[in-house]
Design a protein. Structure first.
Lengths: 301, 301, 301, 301, 301, 301
């Protein structure tokens, strides 16, 4: 079972809407190496775990539960990058601007406006829907760990590339956070293989980055977040593995019990031009009667 | 954020392995109207929710969080239906029986043995991988509720059909549980539309079943589980909607705070014929050193 | 625009239910070379037709409209092969037979029972959903005709293979009809290329069959149905091309105006074990009030 | 069986080519809630219909047959938006303009030029091919009606969003027509549920729009087209349901027998830069011999 | 560029046709971890290789070229398992046996008979078509090597499972060969990471098998084939890495220049019941005139 | 078996990076009518060939082996069009330019930068992954030849359209080469059908082009490359068919034994902004130790 905690795992900085950045960030949500994939892959490995090795299972389960929160974080970030983007102005050659005119701009994903009312979609940056073909679970412990290590490193590689595509602060705050967390996850799986006998030498982590050039990342690493792992569970035995020196020689691993305090979940306004939520005065009144707040009128476009 | 609670939401009865039933039950996991879909659909509707209507959002979020636990339940049930199936005997025309010979039986899904080491896969009963094309979120509140109602009813319809395909007790215990829970979810979305003004008359629920012929279902309905809804969250406002008479006239709705007590998560044994987890004596010793238990030897096939 | 004429283009013979034959026949409905594909391909070529060459367009449009009726015919045949299959008996090792027990039989497609209530699905014989990736329209007239010729020949090839898989009369009546009609369509496209200058020698038709061994096919060819083509339209100029000697030297082509007389569309009974249509006494009464017939009660399983 | 009537169901206004609008409109053709989907879904529900309830079947069949004509209408509109787009000019930084240079513009769909010779494709606005995974038929009458209602409302929602993306007159004329027709279809399915006992209150229709801001839509509604439904068949019993007050309280429903008069199907010119239809002087002469018109020469690029 | 050498890389033993084994072996051809995937993945990594590190590129290129031959080997093995399977007899309840009756048997893949004329298909054991979504190339050398290592180990794991599904000699000869070659490939990528600094301890290879129970595998390992690697190229620098002790401590690595001698490519007979190749007497005569052999008559079914 | 020859089959001219052209050219690599498809289709037809007709098999095998080299050529061309594209400058509104800022430009494929480190991907111009659904092998010789002819003509048609989209010299050199080679392949399959009895009249080739307007194409045709076919094999009997007058009346066919001399394979530099190959000083030193060259330092971004 799972419990929903109404907090985001990290704060999303405020900035201007940016549909092109939103489209790019979809890779981190519905991409082959995005958060939906890590979440589903680790949960399947957790459910299907064989043998008496709870600390290994708890690493997979704990990281996998953190990933559900990452899906939530990235979806919310995309929403913030999209919300209001359409009414901010239209195409230059259409003076009498239409509310959704810039949905036609090829730098963005038209489905963000046409299908999803200026919010996130379970697709990658090229618009391909997420597929369960991505999920890997071989039943073999060493292979699963090796794959997961590679998966986290690839996810982090892509986020480091995303970092260099846009300076939008909302975009950057989430991308930087994921760069740091993916590093912690790389360590979790690298360490699990280390305790089984692998010595990684200097090939890891991938990618090797210079955080001096990535101030948002450096800030988070100063808080040691790249060496910490919350259990996102009770009675977890993760700490039997996630402890001692980082397998990459950059600090001391630290298992934290439970989950972090978190940040407010952003609330999206009504968007009449998208008919979202599309309530007229009568329905708004009914909703107001339930929430106990006075009703607000929404103009229908 | 989400917290993993190491309990199953319902108990899985014990019975013989049954790969054909396992294959069928995959529809409830990775099918178009299965638990992966409800989970992802409701989470996306939750993340992308627009407007000031927290009780409506909390219904979607609460049911959506329960569904993560349903994914876990169905995956575990499939595992129990598969575990040991291959070594129970081979094809009749192969007297010197091979450990995985009955993987070739067309009534089952060969990937259960060849890819997943006798455990669950993110596919449907026909072997098609789950696709994010299934996820529906229009941004429009009435449409989302209408879709969710239809989705729960279709899921329940399919589970009622599954019920009539096999008497395997492990299979039946989970299928019956889902028939009851899907009914509660049907009510949640039907009620949310009712408070917005719809009167359903007698068209719902779908399907209309005679539980006198479904004793496992009747048993659970006696506990009123078809009228209850846990919040799977704190500070949920779900109860502002999920209360009062059932929209189908069959009892009184009841919102329960938090999550149920739950049942032990089954533990799968090692399967040397699948090389799962595939640890030799040396690696088992290392694992034992971490878990603090004396090592057990696993024979490699 | 299109008009629906409530008749089937051919008669479906009666025989026992046969889910394995139904599964096989799905290739003719939702397969890569099945009727959904020919229908969509020709309609797209029709809608997108370039240049002043109405007789060529009318061949594509006419055959493409016939194909909608073929989709209808194959779907109805699958329905007849499925209807009642589940209640005819269960698996031998389940004496206390369940209504849908033989849905688990690997020779059939479990979705026929679990998803579609014993009726047809838009998938192929291996269960893959139909995809618009199949549709070919290059805009180039010669290429389109060449592709269509190859498409009809491949469809006919597969139907000749299907013919040799089962003797079920319902199955055979439709398969034989399609073998004959696909031959007529092969001729339509071969002739259109012939009038542009190709001489086919003796390479066509594909496949070359001995109808002496296929009595149902021979029967239809005696009626010259392999040389006839209805226009399925008014004001068609198809006859400017589809006339004269068959390009395969086996008769004289004949264009017929409009559409054939047709046969009764079969009516499927209620299936309570599938909850289809799933109406209880109250709803049946309401339906009866509309149809003007006295209500019939449907037992809910 | 079906008959092809060589008329469009609505008139397409003339305007400048606009590949970005053409790409967007693809959602209405090959999108998950576009016309290919409604057409195939309703036809499958029609073919697979169970029980003695012809008026319900005839609603599904009638609307489903209208949808084939909608596929035709949208495809033709896309063609008009594309035709000549490539030769209208190139990218600003390529002074010596190439005939197909603006195919590279990311606002459009490159396949429109590269694959389809400036015409429509069976894909959505993001370029994903149409998939039969979209087709829903549960065999259960109430669920099918509920789904169809939701489907029409979602289609209409998307068309209302499209309306606000472009003012191109060809685009707008078809989008507006579909907004009106989808409303009539919403009513058809809402009414069918109403006669079974549902009272919709004020939640429908979805979306609720202000036609004062949508003059093209208002124009069509003045003709009462949002309350009318042609049978697109003979001997239809649709009128037993589609009559009386609109379930949304906005007029009186009216069933019309047969099909509307219709409008001329546009004819696309030859496009030598696309090699479509790609006939040289010799082949054009042969075509001319068949059509009975004097041959026209097509320059090959 | 590539050169086709008309030899198979290993010999396929003779045995009875076995469509169920053929279906299973498809995983090794078109599965996510099959030969089409390794071939395409390594070729893309080869084409896209960055930096001045030819020995690493030559390992990827050399193994990737061997894999084209593996695709050929597995396809040929499937063909041998299928050829003649249909005429060997029909279903027990169809006494007057049809030539293709056992195509309906659910243990096999019906497309083998219906689409491919008793030969191989680019799909996996569950019938899913191969997808380029499988191909991984990150551009990062360490990640690519890590992925390739995991890929070879997973492929070998699946082949070890296949080994235990059937004793058919044709099936076993190819499966055993691939178990040995995948081990050599595991070593190639493990060694490449070793020279960059990784010490694998005892976690590899995966899976750890007991070849005493796999005589066909043991036979090939006696020839040291699990430590050898042909370059499948000239001027390869692979040997700068693939040399010295095996990273798994089981022998000495050996790079061999060029390609092995190979074995005869099997020749498939005509199958009239499949209309393959489908030549009538006239066409056979023409073919005979070209090959210079006297024509053979093929009976058309 | 196959041998890798470290040469490109044609020379790629040098020009500026052009991500939009790279995206378009992906159609020639991973498109439905691109080189991955011809390669896989012909290899499957080769492996599955039935009957005693080696010259026909050798045509399929020879062209199919050339196609592997075409995959290589197109991938390399895309790489050259992409390499350095990201650092050449950013979006105009981002003065402090980011290294990967123009990855967000909708004219390109963002995956080229985000996933593939400025190199090729197995997808088409619209970003859809290559699918084995494209591969056609019916087992029927005439149909396979007819399909292959149509396939080559469609591939050539698309390349002629590509030619008119961009003047980039790297792009044009490869596109022009393929226009010529696809013509030779059209002739190969047209000739094979001709020897079986077809007379093509004047319908072929498709498309009919005016090479006077395509100087790069004309240049290659002057070398008679549109009438030549290398065997890409030893002991090929292709020449028994590919000889004599072109079936299109434009020269004399010529079979050449073996493979052409070829051109240098381009070498891609390190791209630190993509972390490709991502080696730090220590790892570069290790690589240098293996290659025997002094190490070069790569700055990490």
């Amino acid at each position: 079972m799972f419990l929903s905690v109404e907090k985001l795992v990290n704060e999303i900085k405020k900035d201007k809407p940016d549909p092109a950045a939103a489209r790019a960030l979809q890779e981190g949500l519905g991409g082959q190496f995005g958060e939906m994939r890590t979440m589903m892959q680790y949960q399947f490995q957790n459910f299907n775990f064989r043998g008496d090795a709870k600390p290994f299972r708890d690493i997979v389960r704990g990281v996998g539960t953190e990933e559900i929160g990452h899906v939530e974080l990235v979806a919310n970030t995309i929403n913030i990058l999209l919300d209001g983007a359409s009414t901010a102005g239209g195409k230059p050659d259409q003076p009498d601007t239409l509310p959704l005119a810039n949905a036609l701009d090829g730098d963005g994903n038209i489905h963000h406006f046409l299908v999803a009312a200026q919010s996130s979609r379970p697709v990658d940056a090229a618009g391909n829907p997420w597929s369960a073909l991505y999920v890997y679970d071989s039943g073999n412990l060493v292979l699963n760990l090796l794959y997961n290590l590679m998966l986290e490193a690839t996810g982090r590689l892509q986020k480091c590339r995303l970092y260099q595509m846009s300076k939008n602060k909302a975009f950057r705050s989430t991308v930087s956070y994921l760069i740091v967390r993916d590093l912690a996850h790389e360590k979790a799986f690298a360490k699990a293989l280390e305790v089984l006998g692998v010595n990684w030498g200097n090939v890891l982590p991938v990618p090797k980055i210079d955080t001096a050039k990535m101030p948002e990342v450096k800030e988070l690493e100063k808080k040691n977040m790249h060496n910490q792992q919350w259990t996102f569970a009770k009675d977890s035995q993760m700490a039997k593995i996630f402890k001692g020196p980082s397998p990459f020689g950059d600090g001391e691993l630290e298992t934290l019990d439970g989950l972090p305090e978190g940040f407010e979940v952003p609330q999206l306004p009504m968007r009449p031009e998208e008919f979202a939520p599309g309530l007229d005065a009568g329905l708004l009144e009914k909703v107001g009667g339930i929430t106990g707040k006075s009703s607000k009128k929404e103009a229908v476009a």
